[in-house]
Design a binder for this molecule. Sequence first.
Ligand code: PEP
Length: 249
Amino acid sequence: MRRTIIAGNWKLNGTIQETEDLITALLNGESKNDKATVLVCPPYTSLQLAAKLTSGTHIAVGAQDMSAQEKGAYTAEVSADMLLTVGVTYVILGHSERRQYHGETDRLVNKKAKLALAKGLTPIICVGETIDQREAGDTDKVIGGQIEETISGFTADMIRRSVIAYEPVWAIGTGQTATPEMAQEVHKFIREKVAATDSEAAEALPILYGGSMKPGNADGLLSQPDIDGGLIGGASLKAADFIGIIKAV
Ligand code: PEP
């Protein structure tokens, strides 16, 4: 039985006050579902507060990125050890916005993921095709290549300690969602691709869907056999919407 994970990617949102308000609303609301791991990923400056507020609760805390370096002269970078010291347990890696605006490559994501795993963090490795790639019929080629490179050198144990998020770039923040069938097809393809390294680990690997998931479409997506949760942007910023998705599990 695979773990279901509902993760909120807050992106560039979440001052100290907003973090306190949103987490308090989640804890006071019906955000607990025994069938799911609930995770919030606020910006760096709010991680310590988020971890403190959620300590001993059902909500885990993740970062939105981390450095590929352990320490040293890398201005503005945040290391895995720094994340661990504030109580972070997950880290999103290779989000399409990191790839688009910061030139992150599969190779860099692979390096970060290996470091995260070595440090005991759970990487959420993001992959996804653009609309041009999908329309050109290249979805499998693009996703297959991203999977191959981002998990290159992974052992079965490393796969077992990882999470993958399929986020079609054209569905992120656009209100356009992949249909459950479209998403399922890619999730199944990802699992088959990972199975080339180790089929048992691939079977146990949570693969999350991300791209305009909302309470209204979560049920259809989450009921697909290879969709094991969601990575949610916009709808994770409103407690009622995020709770609506958690309830759909
Ligand atoms: C995301 O940024 O990971 C995401 C899926 O965003 P949204 O839910 O807003 O499309």
